[in-house]
Structures are given as structure tokens and as C-alpha cells.
Design a protein around this ligand. Structure first.
Ligand SMILES: CC(C)(COP(=O)(O)OP(=O)(O)OC[C@H]1O[C@@H](n2cnc3c(N)ncnc32)[C@H](O)[C@@H]1OP(=O)(O)O)[C@@H](O)C(=O)NCCC(=O)NCCS
Length: 174
């Protein structure tokens, strides 16, 4: 198996982020609240603002971009919590450790910025993502919210999962 490398994209690399983000939305529409049609319409300024707002991590294998994850600000009233979101691995690279490397790098970055916990909201019907997060060490919480509605019959909830980044094993307010 080839090496997996993970790096943080700079603002000027927004087109790489755009390409992988649109691939994710196109390939796994059920996993994300946004749609590919919506995001295809965004202009350069918006993508640049996104690059500045959160950390955009990509995973590469043999120079090919095979996964993406973002780490940003957690709940507004809790500066100590960072949030992992937009996690996606190309189907051909699933089950090979790419998600683990992406989340490890995201967790390290959040820890380096003084965050005590990493929160991750995931659809309760998304068995593979929940299994991945549990295996990584995220713990389920009692906190749920409706997944932002895309269709009227879309009643799926998201569950908040939390990964402690240091010695504080308590559950933060989300
Ligand atoms: C979620 C995702 C990033 C995980 O990456 P991955 O490479 O598939 O993850 P892994 O294979 O390392 O781990 C998945 C775990 O789920 C298990 N699994 C596989 N299919 C499953 C299923 N249908 N239901 C439950 N568990 C499942 C695997 O066996 C593995 O567990 P293990 O490590 O104990 O063997 C990837 O599947 C993906 O991109 N999915 C589509 C987008 C998505 O749902 N993103 C999350 C949005 S919040």
C-alpha cells in the first residue's frame, strides 16, 4: 500500500479544495447538507473565504487527492472545542486508513491550537461514518439535532460525537 500524506491547503490552493469538495458532494449527496449544484455556483471569493475560515486538510496517495476534511470553530460559546466536518474519502481509497490519517492530522492541529475536544456531527443513519468515528475514539453524546433538511421526507438526525484531545475527559457543552 502506498504512503498516505496529509497536508493543509493554503488559501491559494482553493481550486484543489473546490474540486475535492464538489467530488464529495457529487459522490455522497446523502452524507452532506449542501448540494453539488449549490456549491458549483459559488465564486472564487467565497471559496477563498472558506479557506480562511477553517482548516482544509487533504490526503494524497501517489500524488492523487483521495480525501478531504475540515476543522473549524466549534460551538460559539465554547472556545475550547473545535469541530471536524466535511470528511470524505474517495470510494477507491476507503478502508485503507485515509480517514484515520486525515482525522489524526485535524486532531493534532486542533490540539496545537489549544483546543481540548474535537466535535463531529454525523448522520445517525451513516453507519460507516459512525463506525469510523467510534473506532477512532470519538464518543457518542446525548446531543442530537435534525440534519439540515434537503427534502421534506428527510427526517434524519445527526448525533454529536466528541474526541478528547488531552487530559480533560469530561464532555464539553456543544
Ligand atoms: C466516512 C468515511 C470518511 C470513513 O472512511 P473509511 O475509509 O470508509 O473508514 P474506515 O474503513 O477506516 O472505517 C469504517 C468502519 O466502518 C465499518 N463499516 C463499513 N461499512 C459499514 C456499514 N455499512 N455500517 C457500519 N459500519 C461499516 C468498517 O468495517 C470500519 O470499521 P473497522 O475500522 O472497525 O473495520 C468514508 O466512508 C466516506 O467518505 N463516506 C462517504 C462520505 C461520508 O459519509 N462522510 C461523513 C460525513 S459526516
Amino acid at each position: 500500500m502506498s504512503d498516505i500524506s496529509v497536508r493543509v491547503l493554503a488559501e491559494d490552493e482553493w481550486e484543489q479544495y473546490r474540486a475535492v469538495r464538489l467530488s464529495a458532494l457529487e459522490e455522497s449527496p446523502e452524507a452532506f447538507a449542501a448540494t453539488v449544484e449549490e456549491e458549483q455556483a459559488y465564486e472564487e471569493d467565497f471559496w477563498r473565504m472558506r479557506m480562511r475560515r477553517s482548516l482544509r486538510l487533504v490526503a494524497e496517495v501517489d500524488g492523487r487527492l483521495v480525501g478531504v476534511a475540515s476543522v473549524g470553530q466549534g460551538p460559539q460559546d465554547n472556545e475550547r472545542v473545535a469541530e471536524l466536518f466535511g470528511l470524505w474519502v474517495a470510494p477507491s481509497a476507503r478502508g485503507t486508513g485515509v480517514a484515520t490519517e486525515l482525522v489524526r492530522a485535524g486532531a493534532d492541529a486542533a490540539r496545537g491550537r489549544g483546543r481540548s475536544h474535537l466535535a463531529y456531527w454525523v448522520g445517525t443513519d451513516n453507519g460507516r461514518a459512525v463506525a469510523f468515528a467510534s473506532g477512532f475514539g470519538f464518543r457518542p453524546t446525548d446531543t442530537r439535532r435534525p440534519m439540515r433538511v434537503r427534502r421534506e421526507d428527510d427526517a434524519e438526525d445527526e448525533i454529536a460525537m466528541v474526541l478528547p484531545l488531552g487530559d480533560d475527559r469530561g464532555m464539553p457543552s456543544l
